[in-house]
Design a protein around this ligand. Structure first.
Ligand code: CDP
Ligand code: MG
Length: 147
């Protein structure tokens, strides 16, 4: 099963959007494999956003993502990485279409509710920053054959 790392960012938690994000992934047909509310450390944030080091927004990004609890999750399913990127919407909120999470809820690119991995390789890298293998479930859903 393909896996991705989805994180409701501190703004999404504060705005009460955890349930909306989880609902969208569940109703799409993806499978929740792990979830926890946690306040991430600066070291975890810098590791997670390593490819953005040196960008003008990096400092704000790390301060923001460590400013309060996040809902960290692992979701599984066929093509879950590209499909979840579509569900989340474009990074630039001016391009995030209505119907996507960012298109429906975000006004500013630096307060955009949710993170989703951009490749299967990055998904595994990011999952390992926030979860131990024992925290990730593996189970059958009988409805899977209908999805
Ligand atoms: O989150 P996504 O993969 O769509 O975008 P990214 O290019 O990997 O950037 C990571 C995060 O940095 C974004 O989600 C924004 O929160 C933030 N960012 C920003 O504040 N300003 C930008 N010009 C670009 C990204
Ligand atoms: Mg990214």
């Amino acid at each position: 099963m393909d896996r991705t790392y989805i994180m409701v960012k501190p703004d999404g938690v504060q705005r009460g959007l955890i349930g909306d994000v989880i609902h969208r992934f569940e109703s799409k047909g993806f499978q929740l494999l792990a979830a926890k509310l946690l306040h991430i450390s600066r070291a975890q944030a810098e590791k997670h956003y390593a490819e953005h080091v040196g960008r003008p927004y990096f400092e704000d990004l790390v301060n923001f993502i460590t400013s309060g609890p996040v809902m960290a999750m692992v979701w599984g399913g066929d093509q879950v990485v590209p499909i979840s990127r579509m569900m989340i919407g474009k990074t630039n909120t001016l391009e995030a279409q209505p119907g996507t999470i960012r298109g429906d809820h975000a006004v500013h690119t630096n307060r955009n509710i949710v993170h989703g991995s951009d490749s299967p390789e990055n998904a595994e890298r990011e999952i390992a920053i926030f979860f131990t293998p024992e925290e990730i479930m593996s189970y059958e859903k009988v409805i899977q054959k209908w999805i």
